[in-house]
Design a protein around this ligand. Sequence first.
Ligand code: TXA
Ligand code: MG
Length: 341
Amino acid sequence: METQLLSANAADLSLAAQLIQSGQVVGMPTETVYGLAADATNPDAVARIFEAKGRPSDNPLIVHIADVSDLDAVAAEVPPLAMTLADAFWPGPLTMIFKKRDEIPLITTGGLDTVGVRMPNHDTARALIRASLKPLAAPSANRSGYPSPTTAQHVLHDMQGRIPAILDGGECACGLESTVICFDEDETVRILRPGFVTAEMLRAVAPSVVIDSGIFRDAASNEAVRSPGMKYRHYAPNARVTLVEGSAERFRQLIALQQNEGVYALIFDSDAADFPYPHRTFGSTSEEQGNLLFAKLRELDEIGAKEVFVRMPEKEGVGLAVYNRLLRAAGFDVIHLAELK
Ligand code: TXA
Ligand code: MG
């Protein structure tokens, strides 16, 4: 199969929609990361997503809609609080989990009776959903386990020959996947995956918000977790990643001690002045780090990095999402450097 790179013009959009309607998988830009989109109501089409990605069949897909009014077609029960959150954050990087309707087959939800739903804040994504006349299931468009794609070229790198087409919608504005939440019985909002819609932002609208401890834990594959995605290795480049907690000065000393070939540092812009060792930078604010993280991890593989030491990001706001992705990319390998008195 030859993978076509399509632009977001009307002719290409209608070609992409035809592919979706015939049960094929199309690379779709969103504001978070690129997705692998197919008709969420068609089990054969959804099976093609799992195959293209090499994804475990018990890891559910997010269903994307173009309008709030489409929510009732996929979700069986929508608590009033969810409508408040939709008003505040949709279209945008927030996925909410609901009881699913029968129209959404079990293959889409990894066998669960719930479905994650999101309205993306990207014109091309919503145009594709509307033209397809279907809700679109779309996981991130990387090969399972690898960092998510934030450009059409990243998708092509991972999916060349595995899907018929990719819609090029430019670089993703966020660069990290959506915030995933569910509603506990008392309408407490539970964050299952942190993202650009932060706990602080949710607290401004919802009476009670908790961060699920699974975000920070290395769940063994048989452990019960709230979200199946927590069980799997994720976001990891081929290079070995180690996350390093400690001051810029101590970090520099750690890098100076490395003897192996192919060691790189991934550091903040502010650390880069006179940094004498091989490195890449990934911004200074948490938002910039979110934008750049996956692209930099992919770039480090491309330049032949074998081992990457990464400076610890902030753990608040969007920083929590950066931290969560790095923890998993590192397989929970964290070094805590003692500070010198
Ligand atoms: O930003 C995003 O969310 C991107 C773009 C393409 O929309 N999509 C994305 O999908 O990141 P994916 O499949 O890579 O990650 C979906 C996450 C997984 O961790 C999955 O386990 C969780 O959401 N999830 C989906 N449906 C769920 C459900 N019903 N219950 C619990 N967790 C769910
Ligand atoms: Mg993913």
